[in-house]
Design a protein around this ligand. Structure first.
Ligand SMILES: C[S@@+](CC[C@H](N)C(=O)[O-])C[C@H]1O[C@@H](n2cnc3c(N)ncnc32)[C@H](O)[C@@H]1O
Length: 298
């Protein structure tokens, strides 16, 4: 093999899957995140954007760049974890949560004589999702005879520390609430900003966490994991769904994004509750908690 053949071979390796593999291995070592769990095309597209931005022509060159410029690794993570979100994203889904899911949860609690409501927003981005949930639960609690006897805890997790910082601040350029609710009950206005009121913030706890790691959460009533699974390979999606199943109590609910679904037979006993809104429910509960099973209305 002559010198130019060798050069061609090295260049091909740098641009191809072998180069990508080496880059991913280094990133895993340096920043502790296993990027191999993401879909290859998604990774290539996003890494390609950073390569162009840093003037690197192949994966190996970019790998060297990341090694020499530590902040680039963080920048890449930020770019991979796009945080597009909004309050009450997909209003019909939140309507289903408000009208079907929360009443079913509260009925279950009454029947089982417990008063703690526990939810998880997995991949919460900048916080709009867990705060939307907090608003709906608080609205529901207002019609209870003794709202103060209930406790609400929403754990909100994401991998992106910058997004979580914004989430904890709870200041937004725009905000909305569903019809029938008054925005001033949940947000203060400060100049052009909407600031989440303390009573909405209080039940929400934000944590930096990789979704594929088993969290210390059990007996949850509700998990929202919306517009996150799409980035993962099928096998990882299964692993994540398995984690959710373990974290939910029997009869607990899982809400996915509109373009996401549990395909095939559900090993974990997560069955469709409201197909269109991508609401699933864990089987195995004894109490009849909203009549929907009795009537077969799904
Ligand atoms: C498009 S946002 C969705 C936000 C919100 N759930 C919604 O539907 O409006 C996707 C979020 O998933 C987070 N994410 C991506 N990979 C993750 C992982 N491995 N662990 C935890 N969060 C992750 C991203 O940081 C990002 O904030």
């Amino acid at each position: 093999m002559n010198g130019s053949d060798l050069k061609d071979k090295r260049e091909a390796a740098g641009a191809g899957d072998a180069g990508l593999d080496m880059l991913l291995r280094q990133l895993h070592e340096d920043i502790g995140l296993n990027l191999k769990q993401y879909k290859p095309n998604y990774l290539k597209r996003r890494i390609g954007v950073r390569m162009r931005a840093t003037g690197c022509s192949d994966y190996l060159q970019y790998r060297r760049f990341v090694k020499e410029h530590r902040e680039e690794g963080k920048r890449l993570i930020n770019d991979l974890t796009i945080n597009v979100t909004e309050f009450f994203r997909d209003p019909d889904v939140y309507e289903a949560i408000r009208k079907q899911v929360i009443p079913a949860i509260m009925q279950y609690k009454r029947e089982s004589r417990t008063s703690s409501l526990r939810a998880w927003s997995a991949g919460c981005a900048t916080g709009e999702e867990p705060y939307s949930l907090a608003i709906l639960f608080q609205h529901a609690l207002e019609s209870e005879p003794d709202p103060r006897s209930w406790t609400l805890r929403i754990t909100a997790t994401d991998l992106d520390d910058k997004a979580l910082e914004k989430a904890r601040e709870g200041r937004y350029e725009s905000a909305k609430v569903p019809t029938g609710l008054a925005i001033e009950d949940y947000f203060d206005r400060e100049g052009d900003e909407y600031v989440v009121k303390e009573r909405v913030k209080r039940p929400v706890r934000f944590l930096l966490m990789d979704i594929v790691r088993q969290p210390p959460l059990r007996h949850l009533d509700l998990i929202l994991c919306r517009n996150v699974l799409i980035y993962f390979e099928r096998e990882k999606q299964q692993r994540i769904l398995d984690i959710f199943r373990q974290c939910l109590r029997p009869g607990g609910f899982l809400v996915l994004g509109k373009s996401e679904a549990i395909l095939g037979p559900s090993e974990g006993g997560l069955v469709p509750f409201s197909r269109k809104e991508r609401v699933y429910r864990k089987e195995g509960y004894q109490l009849m908690d909203n009549g929907s099973r009795r009537q077969g209305a799904r």
